[in-house]
Design a protein around this ligand. Structure first.
Ligand code: ZN
Length: 435
């Protein structure tokens, strides 16, 4: 499909139906001014960055790739996913706390081995790219080597990746616990070597409150206080049994979220996975600090964790992104997760538009990560993390697409029926990385 001329290899032009967002779509609005749809346009990429979008074909100095009749979107951003858990995706029969004991912790133990960590990181990032996800906020394991392997593999692929060695010094099996002193030393070393290097960012990574002692949580908070550019990632209020356990472990805290807030772990660069069982005071705190919830729809359904109230979080001003949470989640596909998000809202009597869903996986996630100037849209100057999608992949989706009358109907059907099989090409900073 590509037509190559004698031209500057640093200048490429992609032709297709361009869709991105200029702002946050209103809840429930199938027509919204923030939707920027430019069918049959050229996306000009120079030196790995978005140069311009135009209707007219560019000059001969541009290497042209004709994707006529295909949908072109900013690469998806998965704000919460566990690299080592690809090995336990689709594991039968448990809720969160049992699932960790039975499946997840044994799988994570293997990542103490540098060879396993390296192979796992490469396989994981290639899988993300094959699903159209070009940036991610990722949990490796407690082992320093697993974080190193992930950062190195992301660097080789030019990917925007935020990660950090997992902190856990209690309530975990042998081989998966660190201690405060060694963990701090490892974090400081990793921050020095990887944070802000090329497209990498370090996240102080607390697995969740039950697996860290108060001393370790305090150490994590101190790291964040020392450097406001660091991210922080953890889980909060995913499952009711977990919430009760946290209340017993931290009786002095007002709520689960408050355990983190008391030590300085809730801030503008915090990514809180799940946040199903929060109250109004918690959501006010998230709003006021700018911390975001990474909503994990397929995981919440698969583990029976609960039905997240997207509309309430949005109306109360909480920043929100969408995430696969593999291996609790059942697919790395952001579309599959958005379909599950739609079903969760349907069970709540609400309707999630394709606009709100796709915005949360692109521009919304980028802005929540303070990276709106870098990823998530086709604004000039952003890195060219771009995915090209087939509108259809089979007879059923073809028939559905053929009768779609207006844009939202068409994109919504695509969101529900598409997955990694629809991906025609993925570019990371202008470089082809998948297909
Ligand atoms: Zn998770």
């Amino acid at each position: 499909m590509s037509e190559t001329n004698v031209c500057d290899p640093s200048r490429i032009a992609l032709y297709g139906d361009l869709l991105d967002f200029t702002g946050t779509p209103a809840w429930g609005a199938v027509q919204d001014p923030s939707v920027r749809y430019r069918p049959g346009h050229w996306l000009l990429i120079e030196d790995g960055r978005i140069h311009a979008v135009q209707a007219e074909p560019p000059g001969p100095e541009w290497q042209r790739h004709d994707h006529a009749g295909r949908l072109i979107l900013p690469g998806f951003i998965d704000t919460h996913v566990h690299a080592p858990q690809l090995d336990v995706i689709a594991s039968y029969g448990t809720e969160l706390l049992d699932w960790l004991e039975r499946y997840t912790f044994p799988a994570e133990c293997r990542y103490a081995d540098p060879g396993v960590a390296r192979m796992g990181a490469a396989r994981f990032l290639d899988a993300l790219l094959a699903h159209g996800t070009t940036a991610a906020v990722v949990f490796p394991t407690v082992h320093k080597v697993s974080a190193e392997a992930l950062f190195e593999a992301a660097r080789e692929r030019g990917m925007r990746l935020i990660a950090g060695k997992v902190l856990m010094d209690r309530h975990a099996p042998d081989g998966l616990r660190d201690d405060v002193t060694q963990a701090e030393r490892d974090c400081v070393d990793l921050i020095q070597r990887f944070h802000g290097v090329e497209r990498l960012g370090y996240a102080v990574t607390v697995r969740f409150a039950p697996t860290s002692t108060p001393e370790q949580l305090a150490m994590a908070g101190a790291l964040c206080r020392d450097d406001a550019t660091l991210y922080m990632q953890t889980h909060v209020a995913e499952n009711r049994a977990e919430v009760e356990w946290v209340a017993k472990l931290f009786p002095q805290a007002r709520s689960y979220l408050d355990v983190y807030a008391q030590v300085g772990l809730v801030h503008a660069r915090s990514v809180m996975a799940h946040g199903i069982w929060l109250d109004d005071a918690d959501r006010r705190l998230l709003r006021d600090t700018g911390a975001q919830i990474a909503h994990c729809p397929s995981s919440n359904l698969f583990l029976g964790s609960g039905l997240f109230d997207w509309r309430q979080a949005m109306e109360q001003g909480v920043r929100l992104s969408v995430a696969s949470d593999v291996g609790g989640g059942t697919s790395l596909s952001i579309q599959r997760n958005l379909l599950d998000a739609y079903k969760i809202q349907a069970l709540r009597g609400e309707r999630l538009t394709a606009w709100t869903g796709l915005h949360a996986a692109t521009r919304g996630a980028a802005e929540a990560l303070s990276l709106g100037h870098e990823i998530g849209s086709f604004d000039a100057g952003c890195a060219a993390d771009v995915c090209v999608w087939d509108w259809t992949s089979c007879a059923v989706s073809e028939a559905r697409d053929a009768v779609a009358r207006e844009l939202h109907e068409r994109v919504f059907a695509w969101m529900c029926l598409s997955d990694s099989r629809n991906l025609a090409a993925a570019y990371v900073a202008g470089m082809p990385r998948a297909r």
